[in-house]
Design a protein around this ligand. Structure first.
Ligand code: AMP
Length: 214
C-alpha cells in the first residue's frame, strides 16, 4: 500500500488532475466526507488528508510515503529527511510583504527603526528582513494576518498572495515580493527503497503530468 498525504483545498484540487492524467481517481470528496483516509481506484494507493503544515511531518516520519506540500511549508518546517524529486508547479502564489496604504514602508526600511511584522512564516520573514539589515519584532500568527496592520498589532505582514484580492479587500498594499511559491512532491526516503517499483511508478505519474502541463 502506498499512502499519499494531501491537504484539503487548493493542493487537493490541483493534485487531482495530475493523478487523473494517469487514470488515478480519488473515490471520495473531502468536502463531503469526514473520513481522513480516502480510497482511490488503485487498490494499492490511498490518500490521507492532513493539515497543510503537517504534510512534511507525516512524510518525514513515514505516516505517509509521499505528499504534496507548498514550498513555503517546506521552508518553515525544514526539509530534513525529505527527498524532493519534483516541483509540481501547482498552487502557485508568492510570499509578500504588505502594509496599510498609509504606512511609509520605504521610510521604515531605511531609518534603522524596528519594524513590527506579523506572520505565520517567521523563518522566511526573519531571513528576508535580516538580508535587508532591518530589525524586526516578529509576531507569530496562525491566520487572518491581514487584520494585524488594521488593528495596530503590526506595521507589516508577510503572507501568501495569489490574486491580491484579499489584500485589496482589507486596504493593504503589497510592497515587496519575497519569493515565488509552488507545491512540491516530497518523498519518504525509506519508502522509496522499500517500495521501489510502485513508488517510482507514482513519481513518474507526477513527472509526466507536470511535463504535460508545461
Ligand atoms: P488572494 O486573495 O488570491 O491573493 O489569496 C490570498 C489568500 O489566500 C491569503 O489568505 C493566503 O494565505 C491564501 N493563499 C493564497 N495562495 C495560497 C496557496 N497557494 N496556498 C495556501 N493559501 C494560499
Amino acid at each position: 500500500m502506498i499512502t499519499l498525504a494531501l491537504s484539503k483545498g487548493r493542493i487537493f484540487e490541483e493534485t487531482l488532475p495530475l493523478l487523473a492524467a494517469a487514470g488515478i481517481e480519488v473515490l471520495e470528496d473531502p468536502e463531503k466526507t469526514r473520513k481522513l483516509i480516502l480510497p482511490t481506484n488503485q487498490p494499492d494507493l490511498r490518500v490521507v488528508l492532513v493539515r497543510a503544515t503537517d504534510v512534511p511531518t507525516y512524510v518525514q516520519y513515514g505516516g505517509a510515503d509521499l505528499g504534496v506540500t507548498g514550498k513555503d511549508t517546506l521552508i518553515e518546517h525544514g526539509a530534513e529527511g525529505l527527498y524532493q524529486p519534483l516541483d509540481l508547479q501547482i498552487a502557485q502564489c508568492r510570499v509578500s510583504v504588505a502594509v496599510r496604504a498609509d504606512f511609509d514602508y520605504a521610510h521604515a526600511m531605511t531609518q534603522g527603526s524596528r519594524l513590527k511584522v506579523a506572520t505565520k512564516y517567521t523563518a522566511i520573514a526573519r531571513d528576508f528582513f535580516a538580508s535587508k539589515g532591518v530589525h524586526v519584532d516578529m509576531i507569530k500568527l496562525y491566520g487572518s494576518m491581514e487584520l494585524a496592520p488594521l488593528t495596530g498589532l503590526a506595521d507589516a505582514i508577510v503572507d501568501l498572495v495569489s490574486t491580491g484580492n484579499t489584500l485589496k479587500a482589507n486596504q493593504l498594499v503589497e510592497v515587496e515580493r519575497i519569493m515565488d511559491i509552488s507545491s512540491h512532491l516530497v518523498v519518504n526516503q525509506a519508502a522509496l527503497k522499500l517500495k521501489q517499483a510502485p513508488m517510482r511508478r507514482l513519481i513518474d505519474v507526477f513527472a509526466r503530468a507536470t511535463q504535460a502541463k508545461a
